[in-house]
Design a protein around this ligand. Sequence first.
Ligand SMILES: Nc1ncnc2c1ncn2[C@@H]1O[C@H](COP(=O)(O)OP(=O)(O)OP(=O)(O)O)[C@@H](O)[C@H]1O
Length: 261
Amino acid sequence: MTATELSVDGVTLSAGARHLVRDVSLTARPGETIGLVGPNGSGKSSLLRTVYRVLRPDTGQVRVDGGDAWSLSVRQLARTVAAVVQDSAADFDLAVREVVAMGRTPHKRLLAGDTPEDADLIDSALLAVDAVHLADRPFDRLSGGERQRVLIARALAQQPTLLVLDEPTNHLDIRHQLSVLGTLRRLPTTVLLALHDLNLAAYYCDRLYVLHAGEVTASGPPAEILTPHLLAEVYGVETEVTIHPRTGAPQVTFLPEEPHV
Ligand SMILES: Nc1ncnc2c1ncn2[C@@H]1O[C@H](COP(=O)(O)OP(=O)(O)OP(=O)(O)O)[C@@H](O)[C@H]1O
């Protein structure tokens, strides 16, 4: 199997008396690329944490291929879901290639070395994020964007059926933002990712869920939901939304209050 069906059913997550996520339902069909957008603090990372099973929902359920995600063994989970999280504390004293090779661990027996197939998958993952030239460099001496690309390569090498990414374009220059999102979109894998850039989300995602104060306020294909009215309500900013004549995707133009200088 190459792609998982994800279903988040009525998930609520609290910290003390605060709801971080409230009664959120979301689906991702096998192979879909689903974007989570919303303002700072709207609950995107918290929701993603329930999906890659770091936080257990107070109520509701996360199901992968129909079964409760929390009933999977750790090994089954690692073969199903790979996560690329924000600012992960990844101070590995390892070379880049070794970091990417960690992605193969769930598929191996204890202490087994890399097979030729593992080596091929590691090479392809490095290539997919334009990091072949970094393979022998110490991971902890890379730039922010280089590290981010290597962590994405590790997730690709894991060959998950569901890939969960929290702001994967963080630290990346525009060329790498486009190439990484293009790579994710082409994967047969189901992809769930949080993104701040609405134009990238509109271009690369099949469907979007808009979170606002922990709740889903809109969901659907980008062209249907990214309206000036919704963006004013959720972000409090004035916008113009057009369909770009060349890309065919919705294009959000922000209209700040200050005059252009
Ligand atoms: N462990 C926690 N205890 C209390 N509050 C928390 C905890 N974790 C997150 N929060 C709060 O929950 C809300 C949602 O946070 P979350 O990180 O999910 O938002 P986000 O949409 O990912 O934001 P951003 O766009 O800034 O990354 C925020 O108000 C945050 O301060």
